[in-house]
Design a protein around this ligand. Structure first.
Ligand code: SAM
Length: 247
């Protein structure tokens, strides 16, 4: 095989993450999550939820790298799983979850209360407002209340950005604002997750964050952006390359 062909092949391997691979990652990760889903209430996994792969990565981070001050944007299964883990493994974690929809706050809160794990999480209802930041149009959580919370929180060592909803092209860069909002409130050592990085808006947000804030993200499993700062153990649940490309 000539050099150019090999180079093209590697490029495809690095840049292509097939749907089949995602399925394998998710099925494998669901098995890992078995302990977290087995004995409790049924919880509403939907197309809006984090992929099982991303959930397993998130829980591994909390456990292995002992993240103690967590903030997430976009509540749901992720919130319930983190609270379950904190209880099950007796982790001294404090979780803040920022949510734009009051009805959805109630759905998630009811499950947490029912399982007696609401004490691990503070869900903050913050409706989104349309705004323009440095020429970038977006919508972001009404942040007066949020800024108060940041002032009273320990610096965050785990950030999960899975909201706000960015459902059309005009709002595609909505999650960009997470970085200017949080930058001063990050712990010296931390990890930041950004979900849906297969979408253009999230790709652009990562590029801007690299330039504006020096935060370098790597894409894991095709859909999850991960930025590590400081020492950490490996927490990626499963690592694949698509061997079919070599045939
Ligand atoms: C990507 S979702 C967040 C999902 C959450 N992190 C999880 O793992 O379940 C972003 C927003 O969509 C909304 N949402 C969540 N689940 C939903 C559902 N089943 N149907 C409609 N909207 C939903 C909520 O307002 C949430 O903040």
């Amino acid at each position: 095989m000539n050099f150019l062909k090999k180079l093209k092949m590697f490029n495809r391997v690095l840049n292509n993450h097939s749907t089949q691979l995602r399925h394998v990652e998710d099925v494998y990760s669901l098995e890992l999550l078995n302990k977290m889903t087995g004995s409790e209430n049924y919880i509403p996994f939907t197309s809006m939820s984090l992929r099982p792969y991303a959930l397993a990565f998130l829980l591994n981070e909390m456990l292995i790298n002992q993240r103690k001050s967590v903030i997430e944007f976009g509540a749901g299964i992720s919130t319930i799983m983190m609270a379950r883990l904190a209880k099950k493994n007796k982790l001294p974690a404090k979780i803040i979850s920022v949510e734009e929809n009051q009805d959805w706050v109630n759905v998630v809160k009811n499950i947490l209360v029912d399982e007696g794990i609401d004490g691990y999480v503070e869900i903050i209802y913050a409706p989104v407002v349309r705004r323009n930041f440095k020429g970038i149009e977006n919508h972001w959580y009404e942040d007066k209340k949020l800024k108060e919370i940041l002032k009273n929180s320990a610096p965050f060592d785990l950030v999960m950005i899975d909201g706000p909803t960015a459902f059309n092209e005009k709002l595609a860069l909505s999650r960009y604002y997470a970085m200017p909002f949080l930058f001063e409130s990050l712990a010296n050592e931390h990890v930041i997750f950004l979900d849906d990085v297969n979408r253009n808006g999230e790709k652009m947000a990562m590029t801007h964050w690299g330039k504006d804030y020096g935060k370098k993200f790597s894409v894991y499993a095709g859909t999850l952006g991960v930025c590590y700062v400081g020492n950490h153990y490996e927490s990626n649940p499963i690592k694949f390359i698509d061997v079919d490309y070599f045939n």
